[in-house]
Design a protein around this ligand. Structure first.
Ligand code: HEM
Length: 291
């Protein structure tokens, strides 16, 4: 059976409810507030994190690192060649020339050896202390935001109504993949299966893993929860997982932006800023909400 979700505003709807019946109140103020808080936090955490990485631009697997170990899985560096200094990135022993971006970068004639370029780090110049202060400040904002999102979403039903997987989601998955591949979007009150998977993956897997691996790297946390480090395979493995999650979040962000642009950017942006979303007329395949 087909339905479009109710169009009446909920208790916390913004003051002036639009008259148009196809506009529905889709995102609560808690969803919107927490969304923008974690978007801002992740922006600062990414750029300050890259600065922290620059202090030791290698990743290892295991508990320890050093010359006597052969456990490097990723490295960014610079080397002298016959044609001058070159930047490189090494992944599992495979070396790529990344001069100009990774390893060796800067304004023409004033290039320096640094893993991530100055435009990608906070601060832009080398300052590990400031980067750590920025990183930890936003890490606590992100963690608090995630907890607030979870509590609010449990109370206002967002989690159960919009994100909890249902049997129907699995059945719809193949059609959803085809629709996304053809950039054919049907705007309904509900998240589609791929959205549920992507948002659920970020909120329940990537962000918690980011926080846990971050805590595992903190010496004071090692004193309180010494088993956490071992559980993750050692401090260096925790750092490698932390970095990998960062790469996955960037991947999510790029796809998130592309999907918003393809789906109808004004409508999508309005919903995550004001809460109001314009739905399409019901189409075959829309499901009755089960709440
Ligand atoms: C690192 C940055 C970001 C992350 C991790 C992120 C993650 C998410 C997640 C998890 C949701 C689902 C939230 C929920 O249902 O509770 C969401 C929804 C949404 N986000 Fe983002 N987001 C980011 C940045 C942005 C930016 C920069 C924009 C806009 C330019 C944006 C636009 C939206 C929109 C429009 C929705 C609602 C999608 C829909 O209702 O179909 N996001 N985002």
């Amino acid at each position: 059976m087909n339905t479009i979700a109710r169009s009446e505003p909920s208790a916390d709807a913004d003051a002036a409810a639009p008259k148009d019946t196809t506009l529905i109140y889709r995102q609560s103020r808690w969803t919107r507030l927490t969304h923008w808080l974690w978007a801002i936090s992740l922006f600062f955490m990414l750029l300050s994190g890259l600065q922290i990485f620059n202090a030791r631009p290698q990743l290892y697997i295991g508990k320890e690192s050093g010359f006597e170990y052969n456990n490097t899985v990723f490295a960014i560096g610079a080397e002298n060649t016959a044609t001058g200094p070159r930047g490189y990135t090494e992944i599992f022993g495979h070396r790529f020339d990344t001069t100009g971006v990774l390893g060796w970068s800067g304004p023409a004639g004033r290039e320096t050896s640094r893993a991530f370029p100055s435009w990608a780090t906070i601060p832009s110049y080398y300052d590990l202390g400031t980067a750590r202060v920025v990183h930890f400040f936003f890490a606590w904002i992100l963690t608090t935001t995630l907890v607030v999102w979870l509590i609010a979403s449990l109370i206002n039903g967002h989690l159960r109504r919009d994100l909890a997987p249902r049997l129907g989601d699995l059945k719809r998955l193949p059609q959803d993949i085809i629709d996304h591949a053809k950039l054919r979007f049907h705007h309904t009150r509900e998240y589609n299966t791929l959205q549920k998977m992507a948002y659920g993956g970020v909120l329940f897997v990537l962000l918690p893993l980011m926080i846990i691996t971050g805590l595992a790297m903190s010496p004071s946390m090692n004193a309180v929860l010494p088993w956490l480090n071992d559980l993750l395979g050692g401090r260096q493995t925790a750092r490698t997982i932390h970095f990998t999650v960062m790469v996955l979040l960037i991947g999510f962000f790029i796809i998130h932006m592309l999907m918003i642009l393809a789906a109808s950017p004004i409508n999508e942006l309005r919903s995550i800023i004001t809460g109001w979303y314009r739905t399409d007329p019901p189409a075959h395949g829309d499901t009755e909400r089960s709440n």
